[in-house]
Design a protein around this ligand. Structure first.
Ligand code: BGC
Length: 711
């Protein structure tokens, strides 16, 4: 890692001091706690120790009573934690057996993927990242924790902190986007929200920073695929968000499915020992991803299940999710001297330490007031607010938005009234019955509109209803087209090679454009959607991601100007998928792309002689710029930046610099701006990105109001 020596500061809209990496960790060892851990360990049998390393899945669909074998396993102390037990009675029953009948009465932890809400669903994490608002991230995860803990869940597999620079990857929906600084700020906020003020509060969910590491760097955006990450990128881009989550106290971390530089994460000793334990001083526990220990066999890293267990244990992976290589082979491996009892003790101690911190030995039960907290009024309000703050206005020709409330509207498109789809990926517990769609909201607000869905789902190719839609459009003042991707088109294992509007959506928009009525495109999707083919046919584009339970009312408020869309892109928006991976914080190359040198494919003369002279790093057809850059987003007012000042024009190693700028709302409406600070290390002993985000601040200004932002 190198320090900044010379910096160029850029505030087009942009600002913070460079945070230096420290090894500090909140989880400083507490002697009383360590004594409790050692005492308990000394009483445990080997079987019980192996049991603590087991994370068992039970299907939430188990019907009738719990299988006797499962109860017996808990009674024998052979399970450390469960995932997906979503029946409250089962949670109570299993915990009672563990804490009253197992040999050392060690409580279980119940886990669940509570990713962007439990019952009340917030925008997908990529949407929350677009809010550039750590309070939004924190409050959404607090709400999720309060609701989920009422079901006995005390461990969430979140936040996902995989930097992703390729929107073809389905899990980009779940990511914080492409920037390590923004992701680090969000990671901290999520951990604080999930874990709350105290780990032993019954509404606290222990966080799990995932996926450690490089999962978002999968080649070509193909899920589970190989990652190749050099040391510099590892330390400057991929690790910082995790470090930030650990500094905020994240108690657990999940290894990723992929291999990085030839080593699958679940068997990566350097990662799990040298970096995680020694450098980051992490003292919580490491959990594998689903079967990721035994998946080291198809990776070609382990020869069989026993070998996979040996590699995982030696790497320092504490708890195995769903596969059973530890349960099946630890004893044998001990007998053969492939692992030692001290190693097993150490792995178990990490888990017990967290269980003690969670207060489970004193209070293993569920948080009370079960039903009152689900979909509580304030939770719904926060979800609506988050949807507004996450939505990014990408285009607004002639200020077509906000619409006048008297406007006659044709609402068209496959996602205008799809309660389940608007929730997005990883929403096992959110219920469509509680979801308010744009159509519901328009009805509630008595908007003058006609709804012609036309396409019944986002991939629908049928043109049967086109005529009806065109007729409705002709009878209206404005068309509001709500389209995008169904929830299932992003998320785990759902990568796409083309990231345009699927089905006949583009075709329908082209037909609607012929009516000459203004078109407002509202996109619900798990990733940026390429709109190059239709952008000239539409007047406004509002990206709402998958906005969650309260997406409808949020969209109503934004479209009619009750509220302003507050989001800025947390990820570069490409013109075509062929540009991917595409990210703002790239290196310059020896032949940086420039508009002066750019040669478009159509301007190359026929029979041109081969020459590289004067050429730069670009695509002949797609150029070198994105459709919309990272950090971009419009509002309903305008801001002007003046008076940029630096406290010094030089900065040396370990020094700070103060940056100030005046921001004024020069439009007619009140509005919020995200002031962003970027720096460039112009010359270094290793090359540095052309721009790096190092600070941001969200400010609200009334018309004519001015504020001095400083970083
Ligand atoms: C995902 C994890 C998730 C786990 C448990 C895996 O397939 O990669 O992110 O936490 O399943 O549901």
């Amino acid at each position: 890692m190198k320090k900044i020596t010379t910096i160029a500061i850029c505030i087009a809209t942009f600002l913070g001091a460079c945070k230096t990496e420290s090894n500090s960790n909140k989880n400083v060892k507490d002697p009383v706690l360590e004594k409790r851990v050692t005492n308990l360990l000394s009483k445990m049998t080997l079987d019980e120790k192996i049991g603590q390393l087991n994370l068992r899945g039970t299907s939430s669909r188990v019907r009738g009573s719990l299988p006797e074998t499962l109860k017996q396993a808990v009674r024998d102390g052979k399970v450390g934690a469960f995932l997906n037990v979503m029946n409250k009675d089962y949670v109570d029953e299993l915990q009672k057996i563990a804490t009253e009948e197992s040999p050392n009465k060690i409580p279980l932890i119940f886990a669940r993927d509570v990713i962007h809400g439990f019952k009340t669903i917030f925008p997908i994490p990529l949407g929350l990242a677009a809010s550039w608002d750590t309070e939004v991230a924190k409050s959404s995860s607090r709400v999720a924790a309060v609701e989920a803990s009422s079901f006995g869940v005390r461990w969430t597999f979140a936040p996902m902190l995989d930097i992703s620079r390729d929107s073809r990857w389905g899990r980009v929906a779940e990511s914080p986007g492409e920037d390590p600084y923004l992701a680090s700020q969000l990671g901290k906020a999520y951990v604080e929200g999930f874990q709350g003020d105290s780990l032993n509060d019954p509404t606290s969910l222990i966080a799990c920073a995932k996926h450690f590491i490089g999962y978002g760097a999968a080649i070509g955006g193909r899920d589970y695929n190989t990652a190749i990450i050099n040391k510099e990128l590892m330390h400057n881009v991929y690790l910082p968000p995790f470090k930030s989550a650990f500094d905020a106290g994240s108690q657990t971390v999940m290894t990723s499915f992929n291999e990085t530089n030839g080593i699958p994460a679940s068997g990566d000793k350097h990662l799990l020992r040298d970096i995680l334990r020694d450098k980051f001083q992490f003292d919580g526990f490491v959990v594998s991803d689903w079967n990721s220990v035994t998946e080291m066999i198809p990776h070609g890293f382990a020869k069989d299940e026993k070998h996979a267990a040996e590699i995982g244990l030696n790497a320092g992976l504490n708890m195995e999710m769903t596969s059973k290589s530890y349960e099946n082979h630890v004893k044998e491996l001990l007998n053969e001297g492939k692992v030692t009892e001290d190693q097993i003790n150490e792995l178990v101690a990490d888990i017990l330490r967290v269980k003690f911190r969670m207060g489970l030995f004193e209070n293993p039960g569920r948080a009370q007031n079960t039903t009152e907290v689900l979909y509580a009024k304030d939770h719904l309000e926060l979800a609506k607010d988050a949807a507004i703050k996450s939505s990014v206005l990408l285009k607004n020709k002639n200020n077509v938005l906000p619409l006048n409330k008297k406007t006659k509207i044709a609402v068209i498109g496959p996602l205008a009234n799809k309660p389940r789809e608007q929730l997005g990926t990883w929403t096992f517990d959110g219920e469509k019955e509680h979801t308010v769609t744009p159509i519901n909201a328009f009805q509630n607000e008595k908007v003058d509109f006609k709804f012609v869905e036309t396409l019944s789902y986002s991939r629908d190719k049928s043109e049967v209803q086109f005529k009806k839609a065109i007729q409705a459009a002709k009878q209206s003042d404005v068309i509001v087209f709500v389209g995008g991707e169904e929830a299932i088109l992003s998320g785990e294992a759902h990568s796409r090679a083309n990231i345009n509007l699927p089905g006949a959506q583009e075709k329908l928009i082209k037909e609607l454009a012929k009516t000459n009525k203004p078109i407002v495109l509202v996109i619900m999707a798990g990733r940026p959607i390429t709109i190059t083919n239709i952008v000239d046919d539409i007047d406004a584009v509002l990206m709402t991601w998958h906005p969650g339970t309260m997406g409808g009312p949020a969209i109503y408020d934004m479209i009619f100007g009750e509220k302003e869309p507050g989001g800025r892109l947390p990820i570069t928006w490409p013109k075509v998928a062929g540009q991917l991976p595409l990210f703002y914080n790239h290196k310059n190359t020896g032949r940086p792309a420039s508009s002066i040198e750019f040669v478009h494919i159509d301007s190359i003369p026929m029979g041109a002689w081969q020459s590289s002279l004067g050429n730069t790093s670009h695509y002949l057809d797609a150029g070198f710029t994105p459709h919309f850059p990272f950090g971009y987003g419009l509002g309903y007012t305008k801001f002007q930046y003046t008076n940029l000042k630096l406290s010094s024009d030089k900065i040396s190693k370990d020094q700070n610099i103060k940056v100030t700028v005046d921001v004024e709302n020069i439009g007619e409406k009140s509005g919020e701006e995200v002031v962003q600070l970027y720096v460039q290390d112009v010359v270094g002993s290793i090359t540095r990105p052309v721009k790096e985000l190092k600070g941001f601040e969200k400010i609200a200004l009334k018309s004519g109001e001015k504020k001095n932002s400083f970083f």
